[in-house]
Write a protein that binds this ligand. Structure first.
Ligand code: CP
Ligand code: NVA
Length: 326
């Protein structure tokens, strides 16, 4: 008699920053460092040969699409871009059915969509790992790159202070989740009516989070000042109202001056100069936005390696800063 097919092991997903432990992030960052050094040194590393990533986009993207697509190619695999408008998902095929089908054809799925609930429903019915490439509520891949970038520049996160100025959006919620895992503080300043929604961040985050009505107070003494657009994708109808409400929440040189001496500035991009950030800051010496954007590639390669292959041991230690490429 034929042996009944065994149920596949439940895959790991990356849907919220709180899905991984501190030890798992330490591993991913160690692998990022090594994978980045291979890339900079033009060394081939193809652990995901014959593996396929499906990328489902319901919102626009430059960085996320490119970093996943290029990253998958650089790991020896293939990435397939799907836009919901051009698939049956855009014509009402249930997310659960799409998950069953898509996850039988590829090894991993990345989704950028509106409600987080859509990604969670997809993951629940997927046989392969699912990565959140941004939802209205969270953007874990961005925070993965942001934390790695800050560690590269300033060392361990423990005890650091991050000032978040502006909208308490998907990126802000994810910073807050990261604060509990890496043991740092996030000082958030939003205009009235745009405050952090506590149910998005989880109870263990509260002691890592402080709210300020005055953005200058939030920035005072911070190691990092960071912000994002006043109007996120999907909220365009509120654009004019938001421009008025957020007028005093621009990160400018005065704000950087009250931060810690040598404080850094980050922005997930795309940015609107003259709105959430002044050109003098984003294009100034304290800004590390280009390194931050580049690290999307390296951290996500390590993330994909981890989700498909588990804990891979470093092949060789990385000493000092890798040179070569770029
Ligand atoms: N930061 C970020 O996710 O950029 P994209 O919208 O271009 O992917
Ligand atoms: N908060 C922004 C991030 C874009 C990468 C948005 O959701 O549009």
């Amino acid at each position: 008699m034929a042996k009944p097919a065994e149920a596949p092991l439940a895959p790991r997903h990356f849907l919220r920053f709180s899905d991984f432990s501190h030890a798992e992030y330490e591993h991913i960052f160690e692998r990022t460092r090594w994978i980045k050094a291979q890339f900079k040194g033009y060394k081939r590393y193809w652990p995901l040969q014959d593996r396929t990533l499906a990328m489902i986009f319901e919102k626009q993207s430059t960085r996320t699409r490119l970093s996943f697509e290029a990253g998958m190619h650089q790991l020896g695999g293939t990435a397939i871009y799907l836009n919901t408008r051009d698939t049956q998902l855009g014509r009402g095929e249930p997310v659960e059915d799409a998950a069953q089908v898509i996850s039988r054809m590829v090894d991993m799925v990345m989704i950028r969509t509106f409600e987080q609930e859509i990604i969670e429903r997809f993951a629940e019915h997927s046989r392969v790992p699912v990565i959140n490439g941004l939802s209205n509520e969270y953007h874990p891949c961005q925070t993965l790159a942001d934390i790695y970038t800050l560690i590269e520049h300033r060392g361990a996160m423990r005890g650091k202070t991050v000032a978040w100025i502006g909208d308490s959006n998907n990126v802000c919620n994810t910073w807050l989740q990261a604060a509990a895992i890496f043991d740092f503080k996030v000082r958030v300043s939003t205009p009235p009516g745009y405050e952090v929604e506590p149910e998005r961040i989880g109870p263990d985050v509260r002691r890592h989070f402080e709210a300020f009505s005055d953005p200058m107070e939030a920035a005072r003494g911070a190691d990092l000042v960071t912000t994002d657009v006043w109007t996120s994708m999907g909220f365009e109808a509120e654009n004019e109202e938001r421009k008025r409400d957020f007028e005093d929440w621009q990160v400018d040189a005065d704000m950087m001056r009250v931060a810690k001496k040598g404080a850094l500035f980050m922005h997930c991009l795309p940015a609107h100069r003259g709105e959430e950030v002044a050109s003098e800051v984003i294009d100034g010496p304290q800004s590390i936005v280009w390194e931050e954007a580049e690290n999307r590639l390296h951290t996500q390669k390590a993330l994909m390696e981890f989700l498909i292959l588990g804990r891979v041991k470093a092949r060789q230690p990385v000493r000092g800063k890798a040179d070569g490429k770029h």
